[in-house]
Design a protein around this ligand. Sequence first.
Ligand code: PLP
Length: 456
Amino acid sequence: MAQISNPLPTADLQALDAAHHMHPFTHGAALGAKGARIITRAEGCWLTDSEGNRILDGMAGLWCVNLGYGRQELVDAATRQMSELPFYNTFFQTSHAPAIQLAARLAELAPGDLNHVFFAGSGSEANDTNLRMVRTYWELKGQPARKAVISRWNAYHGSSVGSGSLGGMKGMHAQGGMPIPDIHHIDQPNWWAEGGDLSPEEFGLERAKQLEAKIQELGPENVAAFIAEPLQGAGGVIVPPESYWPEVMRIVREYGILLIADEVICGFGRTGNWFGSQTLGIQPDIMTIAKGLSSGYLPIGGSIVSSEIARVIGDAEFNHGYTYSGHPVAAAVALENLRILDEEGIITRVREEIGPYLKEKFESLTEHPMVGEASIVGMMGSIALTPDKARRAAFRGEEGQIGLMTRERCFANNLVMRHVGDRMIISPPLVISKDEVDVLIARAWKSLDEAMAQAK
Ligand code: PLP
């Protein structure tokens, strides 16, 4: 394979980066002070930086490189498609084979009667589609008052104005005029942080019933949809109590509210099934997809919708679309990615072999003095850092300081593990080996020790 060398020395790249490149979710001053770590190559679960360090990627990039790095088949699929048809759009009654085949394959894989796909370039765009689609659906059904969409605090649904409003990240809402009107939030099912004296099951029911209360407060005739991630990802890998989703399902059905499951992280094997909805027993009307759809090799997202929604929307012209909706090269790569996930039995391995192995090892981190609980489903998990396990106490001072310290120690120990407040999260490539899981756990433990020593 051709060696792609760094065009410039690390310090020069860092200086140019700080001078000209604006990074997502990054404090500008931090970049200037320390300089970004420059990643140059990757293979399997391992990143290489410009200094030659090999780093274990415990986050699969941004929860997306499900197949791991360096799969030549995906490169070949992109190359073939680029030479044949690098771009054509799917507007105004035109189409092409990659988008058609990908839509048909997704219809096969998706549960229930979710069998139509509207493509987008990302998860954020797909959630913007969903927002317009559910409102348009109700308008076409003669119920135009149904505009309200209910979501949850600490949910993440993207960074555009629509999807950022759907999300429940207060730090994001504080900037740039979000949320837009007619979006409402209820509390999240985070028992560890918010469960008080309730048992997890009581708490799960209580949080689900907030949805019913919100629907009644708004008037059911005004509510279009409820949107939720099967398991919150960017909010800290929050695994809801078992009582939560069955009660949510009862409520959305009873009030005739559409359910949007945001599968951007949970989809494509991450929870041990094709979709998180299957793992958690959810029957959505729409699923948002992105990330693992192409293992992040190219940007692509979409909405998989029920035949009923597709029928109603199809009765009019839906004035909505993106230049890159169903981009042929991204679609060809996604199709190849789905083929490999299927033919190599990668999702079955998550469910039956590597997932249970990771769970056992990850849960052993609760023996560390600073780790309260471990939550893990399939290949996404989090640990809660605490100074007092019995009381499920938070650290004094600003939330997230210990988490940040631990993340920095992980990075110094050549492990990518992210923090959300004082929760540390993992979401490794699905192809991680048992030996690599052992390395991940050993490095995490060492980093926890170092952060604890530093905090004293
Ligand atoms: N929805 C969920 C659940 C996500 O985790 C993300 C991204 O992390 C998004 C939507 C937004 O996707 P994108 O960054 O591709 O716009």
